[in-house]
Ligand binder design. Structure first.
Ligand code: UD1
Length: 418
């Protein structure tokens, strides 16, 4: 088991490059199942979840080549594929559920283990199931698996109760091969949805409205394999922006899309950071103590829940008090208990957290319970007095490529100890 040891107090200075988004590439890998032949994904992050998804696709009958050096994954999809995703993989990575739509569309059947709850909340699948019903599939739950089959899917008009990213992706990947026209209303608008739509379009899918609340999909007979460059990870970019602000440093974040981070970057400006963007990079610098700012998480283009722990960490050492409201995942505040071990003053009540800034945190052993909580704890360790030891590093490995080496290069006093 590895731990990360960090001694706080060093401002981070320099440049980092951001690679493709975890939350996009896993879905793009699943989407490759929709076409027979070789699909290549570029700008793939070197994270554990990609390895798990590659294994899942292999078990479905694909051959998968992961070239870590060139950041590419090539998936060769045979004509006949299996249709079962086992619990041993799904329990390691909840996002495995994203094979449900493509499997149904390609084979007319799917058996996908139900992921259950995770460290950030209960996370339902009811919107996925209701939409698949409307597209003409029967979906039941048997022995811990979602068992779906269809004699052929047809276009349908669907309205999501909430703009769920996962449900939008499942229904999109099912609808592209369905007969006729489908409409998904109240669809998610995240940049990762735009990314998968653009890949599906190069495969021959007919989709309009990507990035808006209404997606219209005209089903086609078949799709062709493609080559696609994964959209840059806005959450990783946002984490670097917080790191610059929190440590009183200056980081130029390259290969990112600042327009995907409008609200978080505005928050950092309001906190006192200097933020200047080009189309593909953003420079964030800070030379004073941050002023606490309220945060409310919402679907894109609102403030992303995946940056909430990092901003709680930042608010915890800022001047003043801030109210952080979490609207997506009820258990995300679990990480606050770990932050309190470093001396943070945070009170939670339901989906609100009141963060009162303290002058300084003091290093201690802490446990990361999920990817973003892990990032938040590393950020806190960067400013805490003395040594912070972060356990549960395997969570951070699921979402951040080269995190510790990059932090070190930027001047942090940090080591990964195996
Ligand atoms: C994805 C991201 C996650 C991010 C989240 C919100 C991946 C792998 N994960 O998760 O990092 O935090 O989007 O931006 O891409 N819900 C239901 N029923 C459903 C589906 C969702 O009640 O059928 C609820 C969820 O419990 C949650 C909310 O809707 O409260 C949003 O979930 P969703 O957008 O689906 O998140 P994920 O796709 O799971």
């Amino acid at each position: 088991m590895s731990v990360i040891e960090v001694t706080g107090g060093k401002p981070l200075r320099g440049e980092v490059a951001v690679v493709g988004a975890k939350n996009s590439v896993l879905k793009l890998m699943a989407a490759s199942l929709l076409a027979v032949g070789k699909t290549t994904l570029q700008n793939v992050p070197n994270i554990v979840d990609v390895v798990i998804m590659a294994e899942l696709l292999r078990r479905l009958g694909c051959s998968v080549q992961h070239d870590v050096e060139n950041r590419s994954v090539t998936i060769d999809v045979p004509d006949l594929i299996e249709h079962r995703a086992d619990y041993d993989l799904v329990r390691q990575m909840r996002a495995s559920i994203c094979v449900l739509g493509p499997l149904l569309a390609r084979t007319g059947q799917a058996e996908v283990a139900m992921p259950g709850g995770d460290a950030i909340g209960s996370r339902g699948l009811d919107f996925h199931i209701a939409g698949l019903h409307q597209l003409g599939a029967s979906v039941t739950s048997e022995h811990g698996y979602l068992v779906a089959d269809t004699k052929g899917m047809h276009g349908a008009s669907m309205t999501l109760d909430f703009p769920s990213v996962g449900a939008t992706e499942t229904l999109l990947m099912a609808a592209v091969l369905a007969r006729g026209v489908s409409v998904i209303d109240n669809a998610a608008r995240e940049p990762e949805i735009v990314d998968i739509c653009s890949m599906l379009e190069t495969m021959g899918a007919k989709i309009t409205g990507a990035g808006t609340s209404t997606l219209e999909i005209t089903g086609v007979e078949s799709l062709s394999p493609t080559t696609h460059h994964t959209v840059s990870d806005r959450i990783v970019a946002g984490t670097w922006a917080v790191a610059a602000t929190m440590t009183g440093g200056e980081i130029t974040i390259n290969d990112c899309h600042p327009e995907h981070l409008e609200i978080p970057l505005n928050k950092l400006s309001d906190m006192g950071a200097e933020v200047s963007s080009t189309q593909t990079s953003v420079k964030v610098s800070m030379n004073s103590r941050a002023k606490a700012q309220d945060i409310v998480t919402l679907p894109f283009p609102g403030f992303p829940t995946d940056l909430q722990p990092q901003f709680i960490a930042l608010n915890s050492v800022s001047d003043g008090a801030a109210m952080v409201t979490e609207n997506m995942f009820e258990a995300r505040f679990r990480f606050v208990q770990e932050l309190a071990r470093l001396g943070a003053n945070v009170k939670t009540d339901g989906h609100h957290a009141l963060v009162r800034g303290v002058e300084r945190l003091s290093g201690a052993p802490v446990e990361a319970t999920d990817i973003r909580a892990g990032a938040g704890l590393v950020l806190a360790g960067l400013v805490a007095e003395g040594k912070t030891v972060i356990h549960g590093v395997e969570h951070i490995d699921r979402g951040y490529t080269n995190f510790v080496p990059d932090l070190k290069r930027l001047g942090a006093d940090i080591e990964r100890v195996d």
